[in-house]
Ligand binder design. Sequence first.
Ligand code: UD1
Ligand code: UDP
Length: 361
Amino acid sequence: MIKILTILGARPQFIKAGTISREIAKHKEIKEIILHTGQHYDSNMSDIFFEEMKIPKPDYFLGIGGKSHGAMTGQMIEKIEEVALKEKPDWILVYGDTNSTLAGAIVASKLNIKLAHIEAGLRSFNMNMPEEINRILTDRISNVLFCPTDTAIENLEKEGFENFNCKIIKSGDVMQDGAIFYKNLAVKPNNIELKNDFILCTIHRAENTDDENKLKNIFSALNEIACEKQIILPLHPRTKKIIENLNICVENLTIIEPVGYLEMVWLIDNCSLVMTDSGGLQKEAYFFAKPCLTLREETEWIELVEIGVNTLVGTEKDKILSEYNKIEIKKVDFSKNLYGKGNASNLIIKELLAYEDKGRK
Ligand code: UD1
Ligand code: UDP
């Protein structure tokens, strides 16, 4: 029996975990224990994903959310360690680049438990982003690094990872698996008046929300675009608090509460354009063949920019508006298969089992 302690905490991790947990459930020889740090805690940022995507209920819930990064990460380390000491897992499994990811990774390395990182090797090369620090530190102490793209593998090679005692595997992207699986289950959100043609927008990255100028510029551009095309914006609680405090005008936008994944998939599938600073949503736009304007200066998903389906528009109002006007006429090609074949979860679990087998021989 192989025991895996999966660490979850934030919305994108729940979505990724859905596909992996479904795969694990096919293997009687694996026992998964799910620990939810509580980094995200509102029901529409957390519970809804477990319910809709039928992710097993967490075995442990730590309730550590809404704190400063240091306090959050520190308290998570302390509590995850207690669970790991009690459960004695063979593996700790972490996803992505959040504070919950880093906390789980540190516990694994301190207790000498094997660490697997899903979504390894991604880099924005912006060390001011908390996510970039979380990724680099987690990758460096992982035993197995599951990379979604060739770019991710190249990033690790450039950092000298082939000299480290770790295994690097190109797995493809688990979000691609999810998009394929959940597409047929998509649900049109209730209680929103949707025009035929709308833009789907999300904004939550600290680099935008915590910079008053950037945030005001972004919303000013969005308000102008919304005069001609409806913009649906499921609003992250972080952004909601900040725009209320700064009294930022959102009068032309259709602001809604964060939605569950099945509604989100429907919105992506039915919009004409995505505007976002989210990492996951940039890829989902691609999976559903929608052009994307990314409200950031850089992206971890650079291959999307290289093939012209994603444009980095930054946070200057004029640039956002001029790129928006261009995209309407640009022909966008979505035919390349950049993120695997939708079998990443299957491959990841196979590789973990093979690693265990080899270790025992
Ligand atoms: C975190 C991740 C980010 C990821 C995002 C996904 C880090 C450093 N950042 O950012 O990489 O893209 O999740 O959504 O881990 N809040 C609520 N209710 C909730 C969750 C958050 O009100 O359910 C509010 C709290 O005031 C909290 C703030 O949002 O302090 C920010 O939450 P936090 O988990 O610190 O970071 P995110 O911005 O969500
Ligand atoms: N998402 C969702 N409901 C929302 C907003 C986002 O289900 O109201 C999904 C989104 O489609 C993506 C995931 O949450 O799959 C990633 O979210 P987020 O933007 O929070 O994080 P990031 O990918 O930037 O780390």
